[in-house]
Design a binder for this molecule. Sequence first.
Ligand code: NAI
Length: 722
Amino acid sequence: MDQLRFDGRVAVVTGAGGGLGKAYALLLGSRGAKVVVNDLGGARDGVGKSNFADAVVQEIKDKGGVAVADYNNVIEGEKIIKTAIDNFGRIDILINNAGILRDKSFTKMSDQDWDLIQAVHLKGAYKTTHAAWEYFRKQKFGRVIMTSSNAGLFGNFGQANYSAAKLGLVGFANTLALEGAKYNIKVNTIVPTAASRLTEDILPPDMFEAMKPELIAPVVAYMSHESFQESGAIIDSTLGYASKAHLVRSQGTPLKNKPSDPVTIESVQENWSKVVDMKGAEHLDKIADVTIDLVQKLQDFEERSKLDAENESYWSTYNYDSKDLTLYALGVGASVVNPSDLKFLYESHESFSALPTYFILAGMCMESPLVAKSMPPGKHADFTNILHGEQFIEFVGDFPGTEGEFTTRTYVADVLDKGSSAVSVVNSEIYQNKQLVARTQQHIFVLGQGGFGGPRNSKHSVDVQPAPKRAPDAVVEQQTAEDQAALYRLSGDLNPLHIDPNVATVSGHPRPILHGLASLGFSARHVLSKYGGNESSNVKSLKARFVKPVLPGQTLVTEMWLDGKRVNFQTKVKETGNIVIAGAYIDFKNIVSGGAPSAAAAPAPSGSALKSDALFAKIKEEVDKNKEMAKSVGGVFLYNITENGKTVKSWTLDLKTPVIYEGTPKSGKADTTMTVGDNDLVEIASGTLSPQVAYLKGKLKIAGNIMLAQKLGPLLKSPAKI
Ligand code: NAI
């Protein structure tokens, strides 16, 4: 690795007669910088004068470097900068390091103790930096280091004066970083911990030995180098270790329940735990973000409040990625033994997608207080008396992709009186990027809490549809594994009833039972592959009632009846003949019998312009110019171009003919199909993303003849990298 050099640069290091400053000066001097070694030469408390700096200058010179000593007080910082200009004609690097201590408990602190500390640390750094600033601006280069302290960041007993000055330097650097940005002036802060005369009575002796200033000097030198591009950073370093510190802000909360409520001392008290909850705290880079972020949060609060006014809601967020989807798919019986399941198990599969039932999880309400709150007077709901009775999900707009974050609003639409039990009808709206993507509905049975004179039915309730009387049109059987519930619970429902034999016994089961939603996931998979073309986005909605529990290891039998675009289904346990899921159905956009490729899976005709269009135009031009060469490759390649995980356009490179056109192959099948995002394809073509890396990261999916795809490269030079 090449040495980072400072040739031609002039560095001022204040307080460089000893300790940390000396280490900085020696290192910079040894790497080609001309150094002004400033030091007043006072004692630890700033009293007196001596010529420490001469010895440091001599040491730099002895090693072949260039340096001059400067004995000015940093309070007259302009004189130190003048030394640099007078001797070397310029200033590039300024390390504000000089410092003293006047430690006193606050009670005993005098004005003089306070003023002197502010003067040396804060005013001193101001004076030197201010004098250097014009030079930096004119030459469009400057590197400034402020020296703060953990006493400033965290506080330290007996150092009120010093802590104030040291944190003041951080604020100073923050603003200078902004003002200097245009002129390539980088202003950063070091928080050192090192053995020096300032710490000899603070650090334990063995630690003192180890904490050499020389271990921090390379960090400060790197932060002073022209290659260093950060600005406004606070870097903590000691013992050859470095880390970055910054301020974070909690997510916070509006200080009222409804936008129209007043903010009072009591409402502040009521919300305080949310104000100070640091879960999900964020660092904000710019002062503008700080305000915009709050305005945005308040707008969200107002929008939500409007919805809450209709029904008291519970809001939650839910993150998922490909690992969650594959874990879920395994939990509901997808298996590599079954090739059509691979698209739900392998994140690099060209059609990798979520199972539709996965998104039911985003609307689960069992942990929310809503059901309990919805009970009429005298009735109650808690974990011991609620049962998940029915489930519905409906997809709205685009089918969700393979990773993302949902915001879910859950509310009780109605409470029904079914005689012995009450039923809470709980609706969820699942939003992604503020767009509604799915709605779910759960019927939560609250055992023994009926008889309150409420309605039996609700216009809000989506009802089950009993299975036809005739024999089923299709039946799929699949045995669950003994560990099925143990696996499924990792998708989020950790209720011990599904794993702990004691809890199962107490609840009246011979052993832990399978989750109702796991059995439903099995059956929905069966129906999807039988009639839905195995294409999740082909599902419009699904409804099911849970009737009886299933024990892991039992065999599920899904019976299906076709009725227009609806497939009615019910699920039995083979070993007992019990119906476990009843009155269920899936409504499809299109019926695709027997697992054949779905019409819904075909790429939507786009017509809209994509970035990759230009690449294909270029390829077409090349191929037209050089037909013989194209023919020598000879395959038919299909490119499916995706945006947000969905295919939006296809291109066929038929190099047999040869001809390039938009759309899927007009005759026959592609030898090689490549599925890739529009942006990723442009990156691959421009060489910023290697095709191998894209393939390994699942950004480029290749099906069919991979070897043939590799022959594309030499043929078409730059565009052919795709
Ligand atoms: P040090 O006492 O060895 O070095 C400070 C130097 O600054 C001394 O040589 C002193 O003569 C000089 N100086 C003091 N007042 C001056 C003035 N008005 N004008 C010009 N020079 C003056 O101490 P050390 O530890 O090397 O400290 C360097 C800097 O690092 C200081 O700003 C200190 O506050 C800071 N620091 C040090 C820590 C440590 O663990 N050593 C911890 C946190 C911060």
